[in-house]
Design a protein around this ligand. Structure first.
Ligand code: PRP
Length: 212
């Protein structure tokens, strides 16, 4: 009999990885090596089931999956849209829910009602550009930031921001509001296109179990 090859999972470091492992545990996919939170190991193996797991920064998950360094990945829809990789998005896992929104001071709402150029600060230039160019037909100057996006309108760097809103607390505490919603976000499972064919049976089994 042909020996089973390893199926490799790339998970997004942090809360999303914890939730993903919780969900995988429920369908019998476990990795005891990962339970030791003090470990500095990078790859975790379940020899019996021939599974490997590693943790990566969200934006790197689609990269690993596209290149086949991981067969399966779990990350946010925001990252999948922004990275725009050649991978299959196979399942909405339903957790990590939030919204991609255009936010700013209430007075900035008026700037979104016509087509004049505005400045938009964001960690997601592709999503912001697509929304303004293709949905709103508005010319925008995109300013790429790497975090604390809410600062931008406050210090006068941009008119509005395109960012993730979860509880809305960051906006509220800084006098900002949601002006428009771009799309809902949640954690998604993605699969390498070749793996989906070569390991179809094992991967489909996992997808079906998680769907239930
Ligand atoms: C995210 C997002 C908002 C905040 C929204 O930031 O960019 O700033 O969370 O959450 P809330 O609606 O519950 O307040 P994150 O914590 O990832 O930090 P960063 O933007 O500095 O990367």
């Amino acid at each position: 009999m042909k020996e089973m090859r390893y199926l490799t999972f790339a998970l997004t470091k942090g809360r999303l990885a914890d939730k993903t492992l919780e969900r995988l545990n429920k369908i019998g996919i476990t990795c005891s090596e990962m339970e030791d939170k003090t470990s500095r190991k990078l790859i975790f193996v379940n020899e019996e089931e021939k599974l490997k797991f590693f943790l990566a920064k969200g934006p790197d998950v689609p990269t690993y999956v596209e290149h086949g360094a991981a067969d399966i990945g779990v990350t946010g829809k925001d990252i999948i849209m922004e990275e725009n990789r050649s991978i299959y998005e196979v399942l909405d896992l339903g957790f990590g829910k939030c919204r991609m929104c255009i936010c700013g001071f209430k007075e900035a709402a008026e700037l979104l009602t016509h087509h004049e150029m505005i400045r938009v600060a964001t960690k997601y230039p592709r999503i912001a550009r697509d929304y303004f160019h293709n949905k709103k037909f508005q010319t925008v100057d995109i300013i790429k930031l790497n975090g604390s996006i809410e600062l931008a309108p406050i210090v006068g760097l941009s008119d509005v921001i395109c960012d993730i809103v979860e509880t809305g607390t960051t906006l509220r505490e800084n006098g900002l509001s949601v002006l428009e919603e771009v799309c809902p976000i949640s954690a998604r499972m993605v699969v390498n296109q070749v793996s989906m064919r070569m390991e179809a049976e094992r991967i489909r089994k996992i997808i079906n179990a998680l769907r239930k």
